[in-house]
Design a binder for this molecule. Structure first.
Ligand code: BGC
Length: 714
């Protein structure tokens, strides 16, 4: 029997209460365990969230309680009337026992296949603990580093976002979702949550349909195409409503237009919060609005559990609407094999392989922002002192949203440096550097490890100032005054604004919060065992006041290219700040150099009909390593429509490829641009390609200057 027939048969045997039960998700801890078991016995629970507080990324959580999971599952299977398995969900965001870099840093790898392998590993670890569903990937495009949650996302770019969405979903869900080592993924937070005013969490956003579709929707479309099992609605207020109450966003756009066939879950109490948002009068109306919008499962606030029965009995909600939601939830339970293997699995894990993959991920996530006088990589002959507030830190390096990660597996930057270079001088305490003044005076260079704790980013952790924290700025100034070259290692979640601090640092390695292997990757890069290859997934502003600043903005009516050029005539965007960012999107240095030559395109003109028939522009160039060590380059291809029915971005990423090249090695790189790459949603929300001229740029970041023109005929 196929899944839908099985569900139909099951639905015929379910009582109204049991149907509503499938739509109810609650958390369970020791205190409410008996109550939860009682609900399970009566078929009043469809899913358990393995979190004990509303902001589990910030609060200490107990490690995944596998014994409790199996016990509750046994209750569901053996003691509830129909024995429908529960679905256990947890925030496995960028790691389980092995922790990968924060998602924003993973985007900086520009290496989707590696990211997919990383997520396969953590899915296996989590499945072994009994987790079946993860609330990831977070696909909220964000142009605002003030927003603490930008670290959980894919960055500012929709194209990079679509690539990351695809591989994270496939990494979690595997080739066959019914396998034992998969997790059902959840694309969140639908939609536009990254665009809130001022980066204020739980705030509000106004996004036109044009921008919503062309920027914010794209990674979600990609996740749906990749078969994502679930989608979570966002907390914020959007265009005067909230996603959890919007039939247009959930039912019409997500389910009908995009064809999403999994189920939609609310965010933690986002249904009940419709009351605080002034969108619902009371919990009953909140439940009614949400279910009518198409939100299938209620996370943690029991609005469905308390009111759906009455809403159905009084005819305010049709049985058809209820069946639709129950069907979607049961569909995912069948699809992910819960009826076959409901308990925690026991797949042998090769932990050292997982660690190696995590190390590759952190190696490729880190971005070398500055390397004056080629001070890096450090030669072992140099006398180096390492110092700084994060030198002995472990927990911060794991980053926010780590619930099960093992801190013991993390080596501090100090230990990792010592392991690679035993003669390095480490200060005995991270801040009291007076102790080692004599050493600093004799040093050739000083490594200073700066950063922020995991609690400075993530949910409800926004900042009004994203500059280097003042005490850390004062600190580097004091060391700088000793006249030694400083190498800044920045362990932050979010992009920070470093215009003032940057001149004090001879080199800057942006190391993010890169998970289990952060320390090792920093040491490997500083000493040249690994050549840095990360590229920025988000623009780094000069100062907070420049935010939002992003590379794919349309041309302005006067200050023509403000992200791209400065003027000397006072016509810059601000009187008190330059127009350009400090570091642009796609930027990142290597210990070697690359050259791009012989850019060409074939053909240079295509008609819309030909594009629709699948013809593509084939762009190629020769990429050469012109330095003297092997390195990886992310070659990037950008597009600009010169004139369109809508103002289009000055540059839009349309392809990238990461290549490793030995010294003097040359490789041909190619990009294919077809209908999909040239199309956009127009004013009528239609997916169209418009005729005209397009500029193409290929190079090392969004400032790529190798250009070509192509044309599209009607
Ligand atoms: C967050 C979600 C998370 C959920 C469950 C909410 O506070 O916004 O991203 O998945 O909690 O922990």
């Amino acid at each position: 029997m196929d899944i839908l027939s099985k569900i139909k048969t099951l639905l015929n045997t379910m009582s109204l209460k049991e149907k509503i039960g499938q739509l109810n998700q609650e958390s369970c801890d020791m205190e409410n365990m008996e109550l939860i078991k009682e609900r399970i016995r009566h078929g009043q629970l469809g899913s358990v969230i393995l979190a004990t507080s509303a902001t589990s990324g910030n609060d200490e959580q107990r490690k995944t309680p596998t014994d409790i999971i199996n016990e509750l599952q046994r209750t569901a299977l053996k003691e509830s009337p129909l024995g429908i398995p529960l679905l256990f969900g947890r925030d496995v965001i960028h790691g389980h026992k092995t922790v990968l870099p924060i998602p924003l840093a993973l985007s900086a790898t520009f290496h989707p296949e590696l990211v997919k392998t990383g997520y396969r590993c953590i899915a296996q670890e989590a499945a072994n603990d009994g987790i079946q569903w993860t609330f990831a990937p977070m696909l909220d495009i964000s142009r605002d580093p003030r927003w603490g949650r930008c670290i959980e996302g894919v960055g500012e770019d929709p194209y990079l976002g679509t690539k990351m969405a695809e591989v994270i979903v496939k990494g979690f869900q595997g080739d066959n979702p019914a396998d034992k080592d998969t997790l059902a993924a959840c694309a969140k937070h639908y939609i536009g949550y990254g665009a809130m005013d001022g980066g204020r969490d739980y705030g509000q956003a106004e996004i036109s349909d044009y921008t919503l579709r062309n920027i914010y929707l794209r990674p979600f479309q990609s996740a749906i195409k990749s078969g994502v099992a679930t989608v979570m609605t966002a907390f914020h207020e959007l265009n005067g409503t909230a996603p959890s109450a919007s039939r247009y966003l959930v039912h019409d756009l997500l389910k009908e237009e995009l064809g999403f066939d999994g189920f939609v879950v609310s965010d933690w109490a986002s249904i009940e919060q419709l009351i605080s948002q002034g969108i619902a009068r009371d919990r009953q109306q909140a439940a009614e609005l949400a279910i009518k919008a198409g939100v299938d499962m209620d996370m943690s606030c029991r609005c469905y559990a308390d009111y759906l029965e009455e809403l159905v009995n009084t005819g305010r909600i049709s049985m058809e609407t209820l069946h639709e939601s129950v069907t979607r939830i049961l569909y995912i339970k069948y699809k992910f094999g819960l009826f076959e293997h409901p308990y925690s699995t026991h797949i042998p894990i090769n932990s050292s392989r997982h660690r190696e993959i995590a190390k590759s991920c952190s190696d490729e996530s880190m971005v070398l922002l500055k390397n004056q006088n080629h001070i890096l990589p450090l030669s072992p002959q140099k006398r180096i002192v390492a110092i700084g507030p994060l030198l002995y830190e472990k927990r911060a390096l794991l980053g926010n949203w780590v619930l099960d990660g093992d801190e013991e597996q993390v080596s501090t930057v100090a230990n990792a440096l010592k392991k690679i270079h035993p003669n390095i001088i480490l200060t005995s305490s991270p801040y009291l550097w007076e102790d080692c003044l004599p050493d600093i005076r004799k040093a050739d260079a000083v490594i200073v490890v700066l950063g922020e704790s995991k609690k400075m980013s993530g949910e409800a952790n926004s900042l009004a100032h994203v500059e280097l924290p003042p005490e850390q700025f004062a600190y580097i100034k004091r060391i700088h005054a000793l006249g030694k070259p400083l190498i800044g290692v920045m362990c932050f979640g979010r992009p920070i604004a470093m215009e003032e601090a940057e001149p004090y640092l001879e080199a800057i390695l942006y190391a993010w919060h890169c998970g289990t292997c952060t320390g090792e990757s920093i040491a490997s890069i500083l000493y040249g065992e690994v050549n840095p290859s990360g590229k920025l997934p988000m623009t780094f502003p000069r100062c907070t006041g420049q935010i939002p600043i992003y590379y794919n903005h349309p041309a302005s009516s006067r200050h023509e290219y403000f992200y791209y050029t400065e003027t000397d005539n006072g016509a810059n965007t601000y009187h008190d700040c330059r127009s350009t960012p400090l570091y642009p999107f796609g930027y990142g240095l290597s210990y070697t150099q690359f050259s791009y030559r012989n850019l060409s395109v074939e053909p240079s003109c295509l008609s819309i009909k030909e594009l629709l028939a699948g013809k593509t522009f084939r762009i190629s160039a020769a990429l050469q390593n012109i330095g003297n060590c092997t390195g990886k380059e992310v070659a990037q291809c950008y597009l600009h429509a010169r004139a369109s029915s809508m103002a289009r971005p000055l540059r839009e990423l349309k392809g990238f490829v990461k290549k490793e090249l030995a010294p003097l090695e040359e490789q041909q790189i190619t990009f294919q641009l077809g209908y999909k790459e040239l199309a956009f949603y127009n004013a009528q929300s239609k997916w169209v390609v418009e005729p005209g001229l397009f500029d193409l740029y290929v190079g090392t970041d969004c400032y790529a200057s190798n250009a070509l023109v192509i044309s599209v005929k009607p």
